[in-house]
Write a protein that binds this ligand. Structure first.
Ligand SMILES: [Zn+2]
Length: 213
């Protein structure tokens, strides 16, 4: 970090370009188009964990299951029955597994709720990132690791609220969550694809599917 008065400079955590901050909020990367929260304001690990515990993500929370349903439908449409997948950042309960029923096999990993390191030693037909990437402090490292866990032609399902049509980040609900530090647009998703040797094969309003080359 370089600091000149109120101007702070960091490298973009995805593409390493210089980000210039004039406040403690977000800066927009001119290269990959991500909005990155000022790292000075990141929550520490225990604060972050406490914040996640406030989410009512339970298996009997129907609005939560409804919210995940479009992504589960995409998985059913694009993944062969019997495939092996990883729900990365699954949270405290295995909701996606419930929605996918017995169509596929799913392993689970969550840095806070289910740190199942063994799951990170397998190779997968697909990986699900459901409302996860906006929490990445180190997206370059995370995508590199996820890419290495995919088989050739494997699919990466990314669900996040993209900032494509947001008039201003200042009052955007998604930017108000202090655990949301890395906000993508479709251009950012394309940068991720280019950087880690994927092609983008599907785009919906909240999801993209990247296929490993
Ligand atoms: Zn960038």
């Amino acid at each position: 970090m370089i600091c000149y008065g109120y101007i702070m400079k960091y490298n973009c955590p995805l593409c390493k370009s210089i980000l210039t901050y004039s406040s403690y909020e977000f800066a927009r990367c001119l290269v990959c188009d991500a909005y990155v929260r000022n790292p000075m304001t990141y929550l520490n690990r225990s604060e972050e964990h406490e914040r996640y515990k406030l989410h009512k993500n339970t298996l009997d929370n129907q609005p939560y299951l409804n919210f995940l349903t479009p992504l589960s439908q995409l998985v059913k449409e694009h993944v062969l029955e019997g495939s092996l997948g990883l729900d990365f950042g699954c949270g405290p309960v295995f909701a996606m597994e419930k929605l996918l029923k017995d169509t596929v096999s799913l392993n689970h990993y969550d840095a806070f709720f289910y740190p199942n390191e063994e799951a990170l030693n397998e190779q997968y037909d697909f990986i699900i990132l459901s409302e996860v990437i906006e929490h990445f402090h180190h997206p370059h490292k995370e995508f590199q690791r996820l890419r290495s866990l995919l088989k050739p032609q494997g699919l990466l399902f990314i669900q996040t609220h993209r900032h494509d049509d947001i008039p201003s980040i200042n009052n955007w609900y998604y930017a108000k969550d202090p655990t949301h530090v890395f906000l993508c647009s479709l251009k950012t998703c394309q940068s991720i694809a280019d950087m880690f040797n994927f092609k983008m094969i599907v785009v919906t309003n909240r999801c993209v599917i990247l296929q490993a080359n």
